[in-house]
Design a protein around this ligand. Structure first.
Ligand code: KG4
Ligand code: ZN
Length: 336
């Protein structure tokens, strides 16, 4: 089965072709980051309009690169939510119309299901069941994954997502949006221990997170300081260590609590090098294994949507002409 996947939930237009026998055949992505940077964040209406402009050329490119035509495509998958509703509607409308025109089924995919299945694109994919840590710009969740569509949320953030905390703190440090990766680079030159920020929620049981206090701690640390000196890098380092330590400790607790032997990391913050190192040490200690998507599939991409679509279509699921797009959509409620 060969599936065309379309992702347009936020500020990336991404398209891919995935085949259940030959694997990922092509993927293309256009990032709108430069356009939104002037506003310090994503402007929804501009995002929707740009998806309209980029989608068709990207689909043509991805099909050509995969040496695939409409005849060889068995279905069209699209991100149905959660995300910016206008942006989602562009992808959902396009995919549903394409499916209708080609006489192929269309299927709406939960964006976070795409993220947590992304490690299955790698040469050594994890089997079910596994524990997943979803750390993106909009979500921070620990998920018990028993099978396709069977997701139980074990813990989640009570306020800011981990990526959001990275982006807000990066802004305080004068870094352009979205600043997560730039903050991590700045932290490389920072000294460990110069700033020890709180490890939120580690002092109590449970698997929930809270990150909004950390950016306030960074703000206080930066106040009245000479920002030309090494302090920016030291604060970046202290902030990154606090986030990484918190995420790692909650993962350790969740592995112990569930008895899972496999930990899957997904979402943009999963690209963070220090987080990857720390989690590798945690699983080693517990005699478990950790699975990361390659860096480009940690952040939003079409490959994860094509893969999730392929798995769902192969299991007989369809969205048909009931095109779905939902700005808010709980992962735990999606089912099969
Ligand atoms: O999964 P994603 O592409 O978008 C959402 O679905 O939200 O994640 C984007 C988030 C942004 O907050 C970005 O700053 C963060 O991932 N990010 C990072 C790194 N690379 C991207 N955060 C920390 N370290 C990184 N290396
Ligand atoms: Zn995402």
């Amino acid at each position: 089965m060969r599936v065309l996947g379309i992702e347009s939930s936020c500020d990336e237009t991404a398209v891919a072709v995935y085949d259940d026998i030959d694997g990922l055949l092509s993927h293309r992505l256009y990032s709108q980051v430069a356009m939104h940077r002037a506003y310090g964040g994503v402007v929804p209406e501009l995002a929707s309009r740009d998806h309209v402009r980029r989608l068709l050329p990207l689909v043509r490119e991805a099909l050509a690169a995969a040496h695939s035509s409409r005849e060889s495509i068995d279905g069209v998958a699209y991100t149905a939510g959660p995300g910016l509703i206008g942006a989602l509607l562009v992808g959902a409308g396009f995919a549903t119309a394409l499916g209708l025109a080609w006489g192929k089924p269309a299927i709406g995919i939960h964006h976070l299901e795409g993220h947590l299945l992304a490690p299955l694109l790698e040469p050594k994919p994890p089997g079910f069941p596994f524990l997943a840590l979803l750390v993106s710009g909009g979500h921070t969740q620990l998920v018990d994954v028993t099978a396709l569509g069977e997701y139980r949320i074990l813990g989640e953030t009570l306020d800011d997502a981990a990526g959001e905390a990275f982006d807000k703190t990066a802004k305080l440090l004068g870094l352009p949006y979205p600043g997560g990766a730039a903050l991590a680079t700045l932290a490389e030159g920072g000294r460990s221990g110069q700033f020890v920020f709180p490890r939120p929620m580690l002092d109590r049981p449970g698997l929930d997170f809270s990150f909004s206090g950390l950016k306030t701690a960074a703000l206080v640390a930066l106040r009245d300081r000479d920002l030309q000196g090494p302090i920016r890098a030291d604060v970046a380092r202290g902030f990154e260590e606090a986030v990484v330590e918190t995420l790692a400790e909650k993962c350790r607790r969740a592995l112990v609590q569930t008895g899972h032997r496999r930990l899957v990391i997904a979402g943009g913050v999963g690209a963070n090098r220090r987080l990857r190192e720390r989690l590798t040490a945690v699983v080693l200690d517990l005699n478990a294994e950790v699975y990361f998507p390659r860096t480009e599939f940690c952040t939003d991409n079409g490959a994860m949507i094509a893969l999730a679509g392929c798995m769902r279509l192969a299991a007989g699921m369809r969205s048909g002409l009931n095109m779905s797009a939902r700005a808010n959509w709980e992962l735990g409620a999606i089912g099969v």
